[in-house]
Design a protein around this ligand. Structure first.
Ligand SMILES: [Zn+2]
Length: 161
């Protein structure tokens, strides 16, 4: 049985990820020490930290982030057993994990969701530039394929008439 596929939502040109707002400063209780810890959110953090303020937290569970706009493609495959499903594609989240055991994640980084729940994590600017370059080359190949497809279809229609 086929499922209905919705029109993909494209997010090109939407609001930038990091709004110009004052960073939030807040305090949570470290569940390991019982001591209060004050942190200042990453600029543009959109996380509601109220539950982290209300209950003692493991410091490594603290994360500030903001999500980029989303786009979906109707995909078929092993993860879509019931037929095509709209799958989030090339989503991204800018984050800071201020107490991460991976020190690099304590700085702003980007997590890229290649396809829903399949992530490239902890990208610094150089790594992100590498990924963007790779994707850009593939999009260029798709543009060539688009031109070839358009020509092939035109030829097919001409021969069919
Ligand atoms: Zn935050």
């Amino acid at each position: 049985m086929r499922t209905t596929v919705q029109t993909p939502v494209t997010a090109v040109g939407e609001t930038p990820m990091v709004p110009a707002t004052e960073p939030k400063t807040w305090t949570f209780t470290n569940c390991l020490t019982g001591l209060p810890v004050t942190i200042t959110c990453m600029p543009g953090c959109t996380v509601d930290h109220s539950h982290e303020i209300a209950e003692p937290q493991h410091p490594e569970d603290i994360s500030c982030y903001t999500d980029g706009p989303e786009t979906y493609l109707p995909v078929i495959g092993a993860a879509c057993a019931g037929g095509p499903a709209n799958v989030r594609t090339l989503g991204f989240r800018m984050a800071v994990d201020p107490f991460s055991s991976t020190v690099a994640l304590r700085l702003p980084h980007l997590n890229l969701e290649v396809m829903e729940e399949h992530w490239l994590e902890g990208l610094d600017p150089d790594a992100l530039a590498t990924v963007i370059g790779q994707l850009d080359r593939q999009v260029s190949r798709l543009r060539v394929a688009h031109a070839q497809l358009t020509a092939a279809r035109a030829e097919y229609v001409r021969e069919a008439m």
